[in-house]
Write a protein of this length. Structure first.
Ligand code: ADP
Ligand code: MG
Ligand code: MG
Length: 893
């Protein structure tokens, strides 16, 4: 195995081995761009070091060989006293982990070579500035000295001199500072700052390896779901100097605006500075455009290089560069991060420029970005100031824009929201006890915890706005107040606004506007209406690419005409799940009570007879909204007690009445029925097809309502396409019995109305037994719809309502789940059942229609899975439809 690659040997596709930084340094080198020569130590070497605690035996010699070659090329040796070669030792993992790991500049400087460097550059100050930077960075990252000690010494030196920036220190001051820094190192570590150049380099390489496993790096990886065993590569890069005077400097740039996607000059430049000064904000940078006036030649060259990079990577790139005495050097590039809006704009811009195809454009965006664009947002035309000011900035944990009164406990959140107030629940961190408050609140704000904290996980699950880990905010739940930097105090009841897409926290009420993207999907805005901003236009075009290539159809879960119409505007190609239980609520509850209490056939028929016309009217509306498109109606699924009074309330009522001696007959019977229907485990009790089998006439009534509604629509010369779906089937016998009855009812309606209805009858596959016997079930089913919510519950053996708040956070933290199996389909378990049941069903009945109607139907990763399995459609809530369309397109592209 080869552990070291020269920059000339690698390329951009070797990120696994060389890390992102190393792979791209190699790519730029091979493109002929001005990159200071150097080499990369592989992630393999790092992994071996981390596993065994020692560098691989072959590494030292390989590094020596590459260092020799580098020294040959540069015509000087590392740390050579009269003319030292200096290098940087830079971390660089496969995925960028900003600020998580270490880099040391100016390796090779020592008490001896600092003079050589000064002589060569004819610049004393520069040499001592470089040396003090080395001792500072090396002391901190390699030798583990508290960085503040160096900062304090630097501040003290500036104060003594009356200098307001490091530029005010001269060579003598910096020489003294190096002395002070070295003293700090000895005092803190008991060791001298190492003078031997190769030892400096080896120690720095090891420190970079070690930085893979710092706590903050581990935490970041957990949050970003970066695997923990990738290791980092180490880049050894010959130094170029931006701190040689005003004709030198360092900067960062983007090939286009990462916030809007617009082309232009975006970046920052800092004269007479080295590396990290730009980001560290030590001095004020100037906009990149100013470089044109400072050094036109370098500026023009930089613009040309940025063009080359964009054409080569066919994407937005960000770069780091340094100018050494008028000479431009490229130090880093990568495909840059961007906002969701910019992602859509850039994708279509690149298509227009002929750089990428439409299929590639689909890979440049994703459903998560689209859903981010669909949340209502704060009106960014309202400037901060006046009533509104930003008081903090936490982790953007769950997108959305929420405004409400500050409350500091769950109880108050619930109480105030019941009385019609909008509240933001503020906690240091949340735990399962806060659940009610979280449900009641518009948004959740915590000062502790990251993207996988309880607050974040639960909020995302509920689709609720959440900002977490806003550490500068001090939450005092006892005194019900929050203190922000600058002493701003927020008391219970004060209005605050939180932005879950940016993590920003405001005092006051920031106005909220609907997302233009939703306005567009709703048909309230034209694709061309936002010339200036171009976002809607870009979304419109990307959606068209997706619709053109996708194979999966997208349906909606919708129970009423209003949802159905919205779903249709959002692009739904039918209804995949209409839950009929919602048609049994409200004032119709009473009819359900009558049905449950019925002692005789006549009473039962009367109760059903009352429900029939109501159900029929519901279906007529629904078929009208979805005319010409399939509508899958699920027969009654939930346990009956859900329609009856609460057992405790009713018991109390009856007991009170009895004590007054006026108990009413009906209540007594109802209480009896409620007792009878009471279940320990309703999820696994009398529900779904089981109801249809034990309550005579119930399913027949529902089928009749569907059939009569369809006949009604046909008579109106319309095109109803109803499909009847039987829930919770475990064996083909259940389905056969229900089917026989349904066929009989449909035939009756056909005969009575003189219409041919062609109603398909199918079933949900949501129990393991159904999935396992799918081949048999397909004999009696014209379609399957995978109910992945129940299937997940029954395959795992846990109930969603009970576990999400209790142990899921722990499971996520322990890494047992990467993500909740209710959010993204568990491919290995639940998914493999879906796959085999689909295959078995199709083996029995080749034209079996296959769909899915769980929450997973709108989850990006799950959509890709269902595409791979070969389903015909996914069905999801209306709001998720655009995301499902996009992801289905991405899966097929
Ligand atoms: P990060 O990954 O944190 O950006 P880098 O390894 O890119 O760390 O280095 C930190 C800073 O030092 C960057 O500004 C980079 O441009 C600069 N830098 C790194 N190597 C060199 C070098 N050989 N010459 C000059 N500047 C360098
Ligand atoms: Mg960098
Ligand atoms: Mg179900």
């Amino acid at each position: 195995r080869k552990f070291v690659y020269d920059f000339t040997e690698g390329n951009k596709d070797l990120k696994d081995l060389l890390g992102g930084k190393g792979a791209n340094l190699a790519e730029m080198t091979n493109l002929g761009l001005p990159v200071p020569p150097g080499f990369t130590i592989t992630t393999e070497a790092c992994k071996e070091y981390l596993e065994s605690g020692a560098e691989p035996a072959a590494l030292r010699d390989e590094v020596s060989a590459h260092l020799d070659a580098l020294e040959q090329q540069m015509g000087k040796r590392l740390g050579q006293a009269d003319d030292p070669l200096l290098v940087s030792v830079r971390s660089g993992a496969k995925f960028s982990m900003p600020g998580m790991m270490d880099t040391v500049l100016n390796i090779g400087l020592s008490d001896a070579s600092v003079n050589g460097l000064a002589a060569q550059a004819d610049n004393e100050r520069f040499a001592w500035d470089s040396y003090r930077r080395l001792v500072q960075m090396f002391g901190k990252t390699v030798m583990g000295v508290d960085g503040d000690l160096f900062e304090e010494a630097l501040e003290a030196a500036k104060r003594a001199k009356g200098a307001d920036s490091d530029l005010g220190l001269d060579a003598a001051d910096l020489r003294q500072l190096v002395e002070d820094f070295k003293q700090i190192v000895v005092k803190e570590t008991g060791r001298d700052f190492p003078q031997e150049p190769r030892e400096q380099m080896d120690l720095a390489v090891r420190a970079v390896f070690d930085s893979w496993n710092t706590e903050r790096a581990k935490l970041y990886r957990r949050q970003e779901r970066i695997p923990g065993d990738l290791g980092t590569a180490v880049n050894v890069c010959s130094m170029v100097f931006g701190n040689l005077g005003p004709d030198s400097g360092t900067g960062v740039a983007f090939t286009r605006d990462p916030a809007s996607g617009a082309q232009g000059t975006y970046g920052d430049y800092l004269q007479d500075a080295q590396g990290e000064d730009v980001v560290a904000g030590i001095r004020n940078t100037v906009p990149l455009a100013d470089l044109e006036g400072i050094d036109k030649t370098s500026y023009d060259q930089l613009m040309a290089i940025m063009q080359t990079l964009e054409t080569h990577y066919r994407d937005l790139c960000d770069i780091e560069f340094t100018i050494e005495r008028g000479h431009l050097w490229m130090l880093q590039t990568r495909v840059g991060k961007r906002t969701a809006a910019a992602a859509f704009r850039i994708a279509t811009q690149l298509v227009d420029q002929g750089l990428i195809t439409e299929a590639e454009a689909l890979q440049r965006v994703n459903g998560a970005q689209l859903s981010q664009l669909m949340f209502p947002r704060f009106d960014d035309t309202v400037a901060e100031g006046g009533e509104v000011r930003r008081i903090g900035w936490g982790i953007a944990a769950s997108p959305g824009a929420a405004v409400g009164k500050a409350v500091f406990d769950s109880y108050t959140a619930v109480k105030w929201s019941r009385s019609g107030e909008q509240v933001i629940l503020i906690r240091r961190e949340t735990n399962p006890d806060d659940l009610n408050g979280m449900i009641a609140a518009e948004g959740i704000l915590t000062s502790r915890g990251g993207k996988t904290s309880h607050a974040a996980v639960v909020a995302r699950g509920m689709g609720k706005t959440c900002v977490c880990g806003a550490e500068e905010l001090e939450v005092d739940t006892k005194r019900r107040r929050l203190t922000a930097p600058g002493g701003v105090v927020i008391e219970e009841g004060d209005l605050i606004s939180i932005d879950g897409s940016t993590g920003k926290v405001y005092l006051g009420e920031v106005p909220v506007v609907p997302s233009p993207v939703v306005e567009y999907f709703e048909g309230r805005m034209h694709a061309g209406a936002d010339e200036a901003d171009g976002l809607v236009q870009a979304v419109h075009r990307v959606m068209a690419y997706a619709d053109r290539v996708r194979r999966l159809r997208v349906r909606a879960n919708a129970d009423n005409a209003e949802d159905a119409s919205r779903a249709r505007r959002f692009g739904a190609q039918g209804i995949g799940l209409c839950r009929t239980e919602h048609m049994f609520l409200g004032e119709r509850r009473e009819m359900v009570e009558r049905l449950v209490l019925a002692d005789t056939d006549a009473e039962r028929e009367e109760a059903l007879g009352a429900l029939l016309p109501l159900q029929k009217a519901d279906f007529i509306e629904l078929f009208e909204a979805m005319d010409g498109l399939p509508v899958t109606v699920r027969l009654l699924d939930p346990p009956l007690h859900e329609f009856l009074p609460d057992i405790t309330e009713l018991s109390v009522r009856v007991a009170l009445a009895e004590s007054r001696n006026d108990a009413n007959e009906n209540d007594l019977r109802l209480l009896q029925a409620v007792h009878k229907l009471h279940e320990q485990n309703p999820m696994l009790g009398l529900r779904g097809v089981r109801l249809g089998l034990v309550i005579p006439g119930l399913f027949a009534m529902q089928v009749r309502a569907i059939a009569e509604a369809a006949a009604h629509r046909k008579a109106a010369k319309c095109d109803p396409r109803a499909e009847i779906m039987i829930p919770l089937v475990g064996t083909v016998q259940e389905l056969e019995i229900v089917r026989e009855e349904a066929d009989r009812v449909i035939a009756e309606v056909e005969a009575a109305t003189g219409t041919r209805l062609r109603l398909a009858i199918g079933t949900m596959i949501e129990l393991p037994r159904a999935a396992l016997t799918a081949g048999q079930i397909a004999e009696a089913a014209e379609f399957f719809s995978f109910g992945t919510n129940d299937l997940t519950q029954t395959v795992w053996g846990f109930s969603r309502d009970d576990v999400e708040a209790s142990f899921f956070t722990a499971y996520l933290e322990k890494g047992i789940f990467g993500v909740s199996p209710f959010e993204t389909i568990d491919k290995d378990g639940v998914g493999s059942l879906v796959r085999s049941a689909a295959a078995a069903g199709r083996a029995t009945r080749p034209d079996l229609k296959l769909g899915i109607c769980g929450e997973h139907g709108g989850d990006p990763e799950s959509v890709h899975f269902f595409h791979d399995v070969g389903l015909d459609y996914v069905s999801c809530s209306p709001f998720r439809i655009p995301v499902a369309r996009l992801e289905a397109g991405r899966a097929a592209a």
